[in-house]
Design a protein around this ligand. Structure first.
Ligand code: AMP
Length: 274
């Protein structure tokens, strides 16, 4: 695996592989098996897999969360080496953003609900950094996790509007045996919450079992109340998978989304309901 940290080296390496199909896996590091499942999907589908590790400051609405984001670079490098990733890009903030081309995109309100509503400016930062990466790396495919489903919808729209050559591939959420979605932030969860975090996936499963389009408002309330019994919820909402609106029919595809805190660790998860 080659590791590059600056744009000159990145461009040099990418020039050599310009005839290959490139799969790109953007990450913020502290890698777990969820990230590695994206890497494997890319290795399977493309000739050349590029992973980035970059904790992007512009997508954090909370300085503490940014300062405390876990960093495990040596372990990440060894995991990616084992997966036989072709190229690892670890950019420097100043240099990366100096290459930014300003873009304008209408996100059709996808950024106004759920995470967009609760983490102000979060998706502006995501769109900025992903645009920079797409411009630099010019992948044919980008692999994203279902755990961040709203992010997937927004990046899909970005690709459709401004990077039409990039196909976005959604990869299923990789879970612990307990059902808890793997997340770099799980590393910072205090052990005393391990019983409670299990209940999060149980609750999503309960919601799926009891879902009916007619009862969805009531079900949202019930789930929010149940969630409050073991954590500090920000939201529990049932929305359409296609555009995150909350009106529609049973024949539409629905999904439940939640964000909740265990101590000061904020976790998100979602599940397809039908
Ligand atoms: P992050 O490092 O948290 O920014 O995540 C980088 C990519 O990995 C995003 O596309 C995430 O959706 C994806 N990802 C994170 N956790 C998981 C998981 N448990 N299963 C599948 N994909 C994941």
């Amino acid at each position: 695996m080659q590791v590059v940290k600056n744009l000159q080296d990145l461009n040099k390496v990418l020039k050599i592989v310009s005839n290959k199909s490139i799969g790109f896996v953007p990450t913020m590091g502290s890698l777990h098996r969820g990230h590695l499942s994206l890497v494997r999907a890319s290795k399977k589908k493309t000739d050349y897999t590029v992973v980035s590790i970059f904790v992007n400051p512009t997508q954090f609405d909370n300085q503490n969360d940014y300062n405390n984001y876990p960093i495990n670079l040596q372990n990440d490098i060894s995991l990616l080496n084992n997966e036989e990733v072709d190229l690892l890009f670890i950019p420097d903030y100043e240099e990366l953003y100096s290459s930014e081309k300003l873009i304008k995109i209408d996100l059709h309100n996808l950024d106004k609900v759920l995470e967009g509503k609760h983490r102000k400016g979060h998706f502006d930062g995501v769109v900025r950094v992903v645009s920079i990466f797409f411009n630099l790396i010019k992948p044919q495919y980008a692999f994203l996790g279902e755990k961040d489903y709203q992010q997937y919808l927004i990046i899909s729209l970005l690709a459709k509007e401004l990077f039409e050559k990039v196909k976005i591939i959604l990869c299923p959420t990789f879970r612990e045996e307990s059902g808890l979605a793997m997340s770099s932030r799980n590393l910072r969860l205090e052990a005393k919450y391990s019983k409670e975090t299990k209940k999060l996936f149980e609750l999503l499963t309960y919601c799926k079992k009891n879902f009916d389009v007619e009862n969805r408002k009531k079900l949202e309330q019930i789930c929010f109340e149940k969630l409050s019994q073991f954590s500090s919820p920000e939201y529990f909402e049932i929305r359409q998978s296609v555009d995150l609106t909350n009106e529609g029919e049973l024949s539409d595809k629905w999904r439940a989304f939640t964000a909740t805190k265990f101590g000061d660790i904020r976790l998100i998860d979602n599940i397809a309901l039908n």
